[in-house]
Design a protein around this ligand. Structure first.
Ligand SMILES: CC(C)(COP(=O)(O)OP(=O)(O)OC[C@H]1O[C@@H](n2cnc3c(N)ncnc32)[C@H](O)[C@@H]1OP(=O)(O)O)[C@@H](O)C(=O)NCCC(=O)NCCS
Length: 345
């Protein structure tokens, strides 16, 4: 049964006619095969499979091959999105890569991906918005298309999170995994973008960080010894803020489109923790089968999590014409994102 059969008598009111800003024409994702399981982590830090699974819903996370770097993940996902969009590479006239785990601080990883894909001359750049990066990148792509500056924009979320884990810190190293997801954004496509809104609150900037290696704490023997080049977070605070903001973003989107939250057929939230996602679903009154949890064998892949979960459903053929999909992100910054898409008929 599709979710829409269970909750909707009429086609969605205003959103059924809402004009499309632009559209997603193709989707792709890449997940490394190797799994780092909770049982593997039990041998490294003082934790247990039971604790991790109960508190997060995660059983294992992906780890890319040792000789891979973030740009390799991005290329693999991008090639699949391009094939799905059925467009030649030469049709792409902008590329945006969302990542907080770049190949290096300078130059952008987008430029490395550009070269590996064989692109010529078109603009390419990184954005650093952590778990909301894919939503922000979609917005930038949409703006360029609406302005008539671009026709087909390649948007990628790619993360090598396991390279930035402190495997002596059980509060963070259990959470994250590697992966990439990509979308080709065009005027016409499979998923019409009806709404996009993003936000940030910099007062929460120290809630999740990689403190060392930037201008505040340049790399030094001290930063290495103190393991300042890895992710640190205050998980409980993130948890509460994520539930509050993701629920609010979804309510705001529904109001702006003149629909009820219950009109949303699929909620594809950032995959940080199954309990966060379940709490958001409960706050919004959405049935669990419409709120996507896709982290048991992936962990949190930061900017890649939303396109990975979205592409997974798409590849399984789960979407039906007219359905509404909410992509909702929250993470470091704090920064959040919300996009509403309608499946083309
Ligand atoms: C990290 C997270 C799983 C912790 O779950 P929690 O229920 O909030 O647990 P707490 O942090 O309150 O810790 C509870 C206890 O478990 C312990 N603990 C923490 N990590 C543990 C682990 N891996 N294994 C076993 N025990 C652990 C803590 O030390 C604490 O012990 P104490 O009570 O003796 O002090 C959860 O808060 C979370 O997922 N937060 C969001 C994650 C995030 O920031 N993601 C990135 C951005 S989206």
């Amino acid at each position: 049964m599709s979710p829409s059969d269970s909750h909707r008598d009429d086609p969605v009111g205003v959103a059924a006619n809402a004009p499309a800003i632009c559209s997603i024409r193709g989707l792709g994702r890449y997940l490394p095969e190797r799994q780092l399981t909770n049982v593997d982590l039990e041998k490294v830090v003082d934790t247990s499979d039971e604790w991790i699974f109960q508190r997060t819903g995660i059983r294992s996370r992906r780890v890319m091959p040792e000789d891979w770097i973030t740009s390799d993940l991005a290329v693999a996902a991008a090639q699949r999105a391009l094939a799905d969009a059925d467009l030649p590479l030469t049709a792409i006239d902008q590329m945006i890569l969302a990542t907080v785990t770049p190949d290096h601080l300078c130059p952008s990883t987008a430029c490395v991906v550009h070269h590996k894909l064989g692109m010529k001359n078109v603009p390419a750049f990184d954005i650093s918005v952590a778990c909301s990066g894919f939503g922000y990148a979609l917005s930038i792509a949409a703006a360029g298309i609406v302005a008539g500056m671009h026709h087909n924009v390649l948007v990628i979320g790619a993360e090598a999170m396991t390279r930035f884990m402190n495997y002596e810190d059980r509060t963070s190293c259990i959470l994250f995994g590697d992966g990439a997801g990509a979308a080709v954004v065009s005027k016409e496509g499979r998923f019409d973008l009806l709404y996009t809104d993003n936000g940030a609150d910099g007062s929460m900037a120290d809630m999740i960080e990689i403190p060392g290696g930037g201008s505040r704490e340049p790399a030094s023997e001290g930063t290495l010894q103190e393991r300042r080049h890895f992710v640190v977070l205050r998980g409980r605070e993130v948890f509460k803020s994520a539930v509050r903001q993701m629920s609010q973003s979804t309510r705001d989107a529904a109001e702006a489109l003149g629909i009820q939250v219950s009109d949303i057929d699929w909620m594809v939230p950032h995959q940080a923790n199954a309990r966060i996602i379940e709490a958001v679903g409960e706050q919004l009154g959405l049935p669990a089968e419409r709120v996507v949890v896709d982290l048991e064998d992936k962990g949190n892949t930061t900017a890649a999590s939303i396109p990975i979960a979205f592409t997974g459903l798409y590849e399984q053929g789960r979407f039906e014409p007219g359905q509404l999909i909410a992509l909702v992100g929250f993470g470091a910054g704090a920064a959040w994102s919300c996009q509403i898409l309608r499946v083309r008929g």
